[in-house]
Design a protein. Structure first.
Length: 440
């Protein structure tokens, strides 16, 4: 039985009071209490949006909040709990187990019986829950015993069980725009109770814009960087002057939003490949740098470039495959950081090379025939007669040796009857393949 003798609708405020100690990070002290100071997700929380209407009406579905760090997932969950007067329980998927979940569900059932009180269970990083942990909450989400709000930076269609996902709405939160980040900072700079309003913070020219830009759409990074910077400044004439150099020092080596095993990993490599395919050298180099600077395995990048050389450059420049495999050897031999040089050179080569996917397309056509037609025996004239018995059975009979003919070219059928006359390879007119086009 829960220890509470009455519904705990004050849990949000209680948690806020604890968090608002003077030494709490600025991002915690400035966490919004309602939609008036919740910036950047108006596509979900705008006055005319369906989610906002359901919150205002006190009827909310179980949901998964999917978005990058610092986009406001936890804050939105807390606002929902406060505005709907629900008992709010927060868990981290990293530190909580099945036992914790069962205890929370048991308490929720008892609370519902005694007080008709709704329980919102917020699970941060829900993508880290394994199947058995997700299965524990599944029936209680389905029955409405608890309202689940999960938060994840990863694509939930990959990381959340299909059964649980089907019982939740998925809301995509975006990285904050620069304007939204600036609104968050302005609010913190003017707030005299929880923010920095009493400190008379002054920015050197372009310093605030620099902070906004380098935050990468992450309000938490922006606020905590500002907090650290201001706290390290000795005030002069009653003000704290924030310079760009102070912010650079406070931020140190900022890393972008990048997870080598997560959604962003696949999005960035996709942008890299598509930039090379579009012959956009500058964009391809940018995505290369973004991967390497955020710790991507250079051999993963090279493998994708070897594939690209065969799939997208192909017969328009067969040398591309040689260059890409040479890059692999160079990177393995010298490693990073110097390995970035052959990587960059290969990116430039592949991006500027003429493009053809004719070999790849030809192979896909051949595969389709293999899968959808009879796999007839090898024609008799193409069989290798390596024994007397094979020769007695006419293996190789009628085979024409190409080098015995002018230009080593002959008109000979080399496929089974089922695919006779099927054309797979059709050369394009770009680069080296243009010569093949002329020959054909």
């Amino acid at each position: 039985m829960p220890r509470d003798k009455k519904p705990r609708t004050d849990l949000f405020e209680f948690g806020a009071e604890k968090a608002l100690a003077e030494d709490a990070p600025l991002a915690v002290r400035m966490r919004p209490k309602g939609f008036d100071d919740y910036f950047g997700q108006e596509h979900l929380t705008g006055a005319d949006r369906l989610l906002r209407h359901s919150i205002d009406g006190g009827q909310i579905p179980s949901m998964i909040l999917w978005g990058p760090p610092g986009s406001g997932k936890t804050t939105l969950a807390e606002i929902i709990a406060q505005l709907t007067h629900a008992y709010f329980v927060s868990l981290s998927a990293v530190t909580s187990g099945v036992g914790d979940l069962r205890k929370i569900v048991d308490d929720a059932i008892e609370r519902r019986k005694m007080y008709q009180s709704r329980t919102i269970v917020f699970i941060d990083e829900i993508h880290r829950f394994n199947k058995s942990q997700q299965d524990v909450v599944l029936p209680f989400v389905e029955e409405g015993i608890i309202t689940l709000i999960g938060a994840t930076t990863e694509n939930p269609s990959f990381e959340v069980n299909a059964a649980l996902l089907s019982r939740c709405r998925v809301y995509k939160l975006n990285a904050l725009t620069d304007d939204a980040v600036k609104s968050v900072l302005d609010h913190a700079l003017s707030d005299e109770i929880h923010g920095l309003g009493k400190l008379n913070v002054v920015f050197e020219k372009d310093a605030l814009e620099f902070l906004v830009s380098m935050a990468n759409g992450d309000a938490r990074v922006a606020l905590n960087t500002l907090d650290f910077a201001v706290g390290s400044i000795k005030p002069e004439d009653g003000s704290h002057l924030v310079t760009r150099s102070i912010l650079e020092d406070a931020m140190q080596n900022r890393l972008g939003i990048y997870d080598k095993n997560g959604d962003e990993h696949y999005q960035v490599i996709s942008a890299f490949i598509k930039s090379m395919r579009s012959s956009d050298t500058d964009a391809a180099l940018y995505w290369l740098a973004r991967m390497l600077e955020n710790g991507e395995d250079p051999l993963f990048v090279v493998r994708r470039m070897v594939i690209f050389a065969a799939e997208d450059v192909g017969m328009a420049d067969p040398q591309a495959l040689v260059v890409a495999t040479a890059c692999q050897n160079a990177v393995q031999f010298i490693g990073l950081p110097e390995g970035s040089l052959p990587l960059a050179e290969t990116v430039v080569y592949l991006a500027t090379a003429p493009k053809s996917n004719s070999a790849y397309s030809a192979y896909k056509k051949a595969v389709e025939d293999v899968r959808k037609t009879r796999n007839d025996p090898v024609p008799i004239h193409l069989r290798n007669a390596v024994t007397d018995l094979m020769r007695e059975m006419d293996y190789g009979k009628g085979y024409k040796y190409a080098h015995d003919y002018p230009e080593a070219s002959i008109d000979q059928i080399n496929v089974p009857d089922a695919v006779k006359g099927h054309v797979y390879y059709e050369p394009g007119a770009s680069g080296y393949e243009g010569e093949l086009f002329q020959r054909k």
